[in-house]
Design a protein around this ligand. Structure first.
Ligand code: HEM
Length: 452
């Protein structure tokens, strides 16, 4: 590793007598945010523009579809002059998003320009509050290329074959242990344990601590938290703690030889072993958040969508061969990441509109995946949909999700194992969606299982 610009020490006050660090497992990011807004109701961001879809209530209440439908009818991109995150362009059409993503030299992902979420530009965040964790999703070429190449071999078809048996076994065991004849939360019982377990295996992360991955992922991936100013410090603390934990793992793996886990791959790769500690941590955060929140929420989304469209559940139950396409359709329908952001770096014209250097451009994947010019009856789940694969939930172009195959594999295995056990999952209680403009998903999904 290159000389350390910063090292992430475990908070010394937390080390106990045995030298073990009792890592902070609470508060949960969600509880902290709700408590913060309850205590400071005036600080909730206010949104005055009718097309400002950075407002999280429309996702929490699931009322976002008509707003994007109206925008798409009016054109593929629109200027939103006013929002709590400043002005931005909203790209809402499928073709327009692909086009924007195919011009990475003009529409930058670089964290130096503000990165990949709708949050403010880096300059707007006071220096002492910045948490600089550069990651390759927020880099442009050529640096992006080298770092992506390092982790890509962890997601080849051959690697997927190697991982499939274990995924199937863990999924089967989780389903076999489900409570019968009672209502339980699918998110905590199935979606979180399966995706967290997968990440722990990818990183060869200490199994007994794997719940920390979910905890950190929630703190790192919630863009709302980063704007609730009063929580900045808690969030930074959580992320430094995560960094400290991984620093210990890094030191341990560096002593060992090459191994297939992602940390060892990064340590021993020429493109990544020159990274400074911030870059190393940044890329770990990327893999943790990228691999966790997303797949987890589609695991919940599948169950919710099949319950909402009983004819589709029947089709799934009657024909196991539909599963690979059903996975694509559920990913389209769910779209676990609502947006990615780019920053325009030179004045340019896009679909008849003048975009200026420095403008923030938001690519709304949730809208593109409802684009009726590409998907007929786009607001319906249709597991036989012929072009379900054209969804852009994984993005497009040089940054297209590197973990897509792994996500697809986990979701396919989940559906196959549900089918094998003839499990029918009914929504039977409370459903709570995530209140966020970045991650789309479920915080709680109370269900009951029967057999079909
Ligand atoms: C990038 C979505 C699962 C790791 C991305 C992007 C999206 C995305 C939208 C940005 C694409 C762009 O800018 O064009 C998803 C969805 C998933 C999923 C919907 C599940 C259903 C995973 C998994 C991993 C992962 C399982 C790894 C364990 C990454 C990484 C990048 C990325 C490392 C950055 C790629 C780059 O910049 O070159 N993902 N992802 N993702 N994802 Fe995923």
């Amino acid at each position: 590793m290159a000389s350390a610009a910063r090292s992430y020490d475990a908070p010394p006050h937390r080390s106990d007598a045995d030298g073990k660090v009792p890592w902070t497992r609470s508060p949960s990011a969600h509880d902290a945010l709700e408590a913060y807004y309850a205590a400071n109701p005036d600080t909730r961001p206010s949104h005055s523009h009718k097309w400002d879809t950075s407002r999280s209530d429309i996702y929490f209440e699931n009322t976002w579809e008509p707003i994007f439908r109206e925008m798409r009818a009016a054109g593929p991109l629109h200027y939103i002059p006013d929002s709590p995150y400043g002005p931005y362009w909203s790209v809402v059409g499928h073709k327009a998003i692909q086009h924007t993503e195919s011009l990475p030299e003009i529409f930058s992902s670089s964290w130096e320009h503000g990165g990949i979420t709708i949050l403010n530009r880096l300059e707007d965040v006071p220096a002492e509050q910045r948490l600089e964790l550069p990651m390759f999703i927020a880099m442009d070429r050529p640096k992006h290329t080298g770092q992506r190449k390092t982790v890509a071999p962890a997601f080849t078809p051959a690697e997927m074959t190697r991982l499939e048996g274990d995924i199937r076994q863990r999924t089967g065991e989780t389903l076999d242990a489900l409570p019968r004849g009672e209502v339980f939360d699918w998110v905590n019982t199935v979606s979180i344990p399966l995706t967290t377990g997968m990440l722990a295996i990818l990183f060869d992360f200490p199994w007994e601590d794997r719940d920390l991955l979910t905890h950190w992922s929630d703190w790192a991936g919630d863009t709302e938290l980063a704007t609730a100013r009063g929580l900045d410090e808690t969030r930074r603390g959580m992320l430094y703690e995560m960094a400290a934990y991984f620093q210990l793992l890094w030191a341990e793996r560096a002593k060992k030889g090459e191994a297939p886990d992602l940390i060892s791959r990064m340590i021993h790769s020429p493109a990544m072993n020159q990274m400074d500690p911030q870059e190393f941590m940044g890329n770990l955060v990327l893999l943790i958040v990228g691999g966790n929140d997303t797949t987890r929420n589609t695991m919940s989304g599948i169950v919710h969508a099949l319950d909402r469209f009983p004819d589709q559940r029947k089709a799934f139950e009657e024909d196991v061969s539909l599963i690979p396409n059903a996975v694509q359709e559920c990913i389209r329908y769910q779209t676990p990441l609502k947006h990615m952001r780019r920053t325009c770096v030179e004045d340019t014209e896009l679909f008849g509109q003048q975009i200026a250097a420095g403008d923030k451009v938001i690519l709304w994947y949730n809208s593109a995946n409802r684009d009726e010019s590409v998907f007929e009856n786009a607001e319906r789940l249709d597991i036989r949909r012929e072009n379900a694969r054209r969804h852009i939930a994984f993005g497009y172009g040089i940054h297209r999700c590197v973990g897509a195959r792994l996500a697809e594999l986990q979701l396919r295995v989940l559906m196959e194992e549900m089918h094998k056990r003839r499990l029918r999952v009914h929504v039977a209680g409370d459903v709570q969606r995530v209140r966020a403009n970045f991650v789309e998903g479920f915080r709680k999904l109370e269900v009951e299982v029967t057999r079909f």
